[in-house]
Design a protein around this ligand. Structure first.
Ligand SMILES: Nc1ncnc2c1ncn2[C@@H]1O[C@H](COP(=O)(O)OP(=O)(O)OP(=O)(O)O)[C@@H](O)[C@H]1O
Ligand SMILES: [Mg+2]
Length: 155
C-alpha cells in the first residue's frame, strides 16, 4: 500500500522556482532519501509533507487521504530536525513527552509511550558512542517515535 504519495508539487519563492512538478510515492515500511546539492529544495519538500509549508500546486496524499490542506498537527507526520531541535531547558523525559503533552494525552499514557520510545532507541539505533551528539540524536528520535506518527520526515 502506498503510504505517502506526492503529486505534481510546485513551490516558488518570489520568482524562483524551487519545486517544479515533483511526484513520488513511498510504500508502507519503505525508507526514501531525497538527495541533491545544497539549496535545491529537499527541506522545502519535506516541510510541505509535514504541512509547515504550503505548496503552490500539487497534492500530499497520506494513506490515500488528501492532506494538502490539513494542519501539521493533524497529519500524523513526525519530524526529525537536522539540529535535533531539543528544548535545552527540559529534561530528556520532558523533551520526548512534549508533543504528547501538547496533544493532551493522559499522563499515564505519556509515561508509557516515553518509556517505550526510550527503550526502542536504546536497542535499535546506532548513534551509539554515548557522545553528547549521540544522546541528543537519540532523544530527538525517541521524541518522534513517541508520537506514533504515520510517516516521518527527517529534515
Ligand atoms: N521561506 C523561504 N523563503 C524564501 N526562500 C526560501 C525559503 N525556504 C527556502 N528557501 C530557498 O529555497 C531553496 C531551497 O532550500 P532548501 O532549504 O529546501 O534546500 P536544501 O536542498 O534542503 O539544502 P541543504 O542541502 O543545504 O539542506 C534555497 O534557495 C532557499 O534559500
Ligand atoms: Mg535542507
Amino acid at each position: 500500500m502506498v503510504r505517502l504519495d506526492l503529486k505534481n508539487l510546485a513551490k516558488s519563492f518570489k520568482a524562483t522556482k524551487i519545486l517544479d512538478d515533483v511526484s513520488l510515492s513511498v510504500e508502507a515500511g519503505e525508507i526514501v532519501a531525497v538527495l541533491g546539492p545544497s539549496g535545491t529544495g529537499k527541506t522545502v519538500l519535506l516541510r510541505i509533507v509535514a504541512g509547515v509549508e504550503d505548496p503552490d500546486g500539487g497534492n500530499v496524499i497520506i494513506d490515500g487521504e488528501d492532506m494538502t490542506d490539513v494542519a501539521p498537527d493533524r497529519r500524523g507526520v513526525g519530524m526529525a530536525f537536522q539540529n535535533f531541535a531539543l528544548f535545552p531547558h527540559l529534561t530528556t523525559f520532558d523533551n520526548i513527552a512534549s508533543p504528547l503533552s501538547a496533544r493532551r494525552i493522559p499522563q499515564d499514557q505519556v509515561v508509557q509511550r516515553v518509556s517505550a520510545a526510550r527503550a526502542l532507541e536504546r536497542t535499535e539505533t546506532a548513534y551509539g558512542s554515548g557522545s553528547r551528539a549521540g544522546r541528543r540524536a537519540q532523544g530527538a528520535s525517541a521524541r518522534r517515535s513517541a508520537t506514533q506518527c504515520r510517516c516521518e520526515a527527517a529534515l
